[in-house]
Design a protein around this ligand. Structure first.
Ligand SMILES: Cc1ncc(C[n+]2csc(CCOP(=O)(O)OP(=O)(O)O)c2C)c(N)n1
Ligand code: SF4
Length: 331
């Protein structure tokens, strides 16, 4: 007899599983790791005919602990500095062989915003037919939560602590999308693990277009951000709904689409869930000023990208339920 759970057919659920997943179970990520979920969703959308170049970082480490590997597609670990250069070479070789295999780079924000930015810029400028995916957890997590140029202003990391005179990181998060946009590549976008259909659609778009594509995926890190692993999706969703992390698409450097927010939430709703922002809720003038500053940064995003809407975005209604169901069927 077919097993049933809470009135749901297990066979029907099985059918909804992806037909192919390039990153499989059995890796060593922390529970609730946004990057692990993000990489799983990205590989579901890419399909089996792909080669991945992975810069150093958590993803590389937790998926490839000797003698095991969680990858089911050809995968190469590159340095921070050269993952896009390695991918460029792979793409050129495949082109010479007349093969259609997709080439994808994956890297963290440290590898993308900072250390590998030079070779990424070269790859984009030459317009290689490669999709670059940055899993943005807003710090160097793998080596102990050091600040990167992607760390938000006022966030605490081990190298930007709350001190006697400092309220966490002093500088602003680098506007990487603007830098990527300046390369006028065919397609660039932001996405988040909180909206899986949107993420997968952008991955499909990125690999289907001819030329370079870039995707910045907001990926909560329970260890580095200091939230419960079970809250990762909620945290990621609040980043969008407060305007803190805008979801946008660019074609040739021009904004071509945004995920509008029907009910804009105060930025404190997002910050309060994370230990890295707890000092902003102290009873002090400095804390109030920084909180106000972060609210202004979110308001700025909402205004610049025109994020406020009366109607929800078609993909704004889903969330954890899709993830729990086990994803989509790849065809
Ligand atoms: C040139 C260089 N500098 C420093 C390191 C040490 N290192 C290894 S992983 C890592 C952190 C990676 O951070 P990020 O790219 O943001 O990825 P995450 O671990 O956060 O996913 C660092 C600094 C290195 N391997 N190479
Ligand atoms: S430290 Fe953060 S990014 Fe690394 S595996 Fe753990 S949750 Fe994921």
């Amino acid at each position: 007899m077919e097993p049933k759970r809470e009135g749901i057919s297990v066979a029907a659920l099985h059918h909804q599983q992806p037909a192919f997943r390039g990153l499989d179970a059995g890796h060593m990520a922390c529970p609730g790791c946004g990057q692990a979920l993000g990489a799983r969703l990205v590989t579901e959308a890419i399909g089996p005919d792909a080669i991945i170049a992975n810069a150093t970082g958590c993803l590389e480490v937790f998926t490839s602990m000797w003698p095991r590997s969680s990858w089911r597609v050809p995968w190469i670990h590159s340095l921070f500095e050269n993952a896009p250069a390695v991918a460029s070479g792979i793409e050129a070789a495949l082109k010479a062989q007349g093969r259609q295999t997709k080439v994808v780079v994956m890297g963290g924000d440290g590898g993308t915003f900072d250390i590998g930015l030079q070779s990424l810029s070269g790859m984009l400028e030459r317009n290689h037919n490669v999709l670059y995916v940055c899993f943005d957890n807003e710090a160097y997590m793998n080596t102990g939560v050091q600040r990167s140029s992607s760390t938000p202003h006022a966030a605490m990391t081990t190298t930007s602590p709350r001190g006697e005179t400092r309220m966490g990181k002093r500088h602003l998060k680098k506007d990487l999308l603007a830098i990527i946009g300046a390369h006028r590549i065919p397609y660039a976008a932001t996405a988040t693990v909180a909206y899986p259909s949107d993420l997968r659609a952008k991955v499909r778009r990125g690999i289907e277009i001819e030329g370079a594509a870039f995707l910045l995926v907001h990926s909560p890190c329970p260890l580095g951000w200091g939230h419960d692993g079970a809250d990762s999706i909620e945290v990621a969703r609040l980043a969008v709904q407060t305007g803190f992390f805008p979801i946008v698409e660019m074609e040739r450097g021009v904004v071509a689409g945004v995920m509008k927010i029907r009910e804009v939430r105060p930025v404190a709703d997002y910050l309060r869930l994370q230990d890295r922002f707890q000092h902003l809720f102290e009873d002090s003038r400095e804390a109030r000023e920084e909180l106000q500053h972060l609210q202004e940064l979110a308001d700025h995003n909402i205004e610049v990208y025109g994020l406020r809407a009366d109607e929800p975005h078609p993909r704004d209604s889903e969330g954890a339920d899709t993830v729990r169901r086990g994803g989509m069927r790849w065809s």
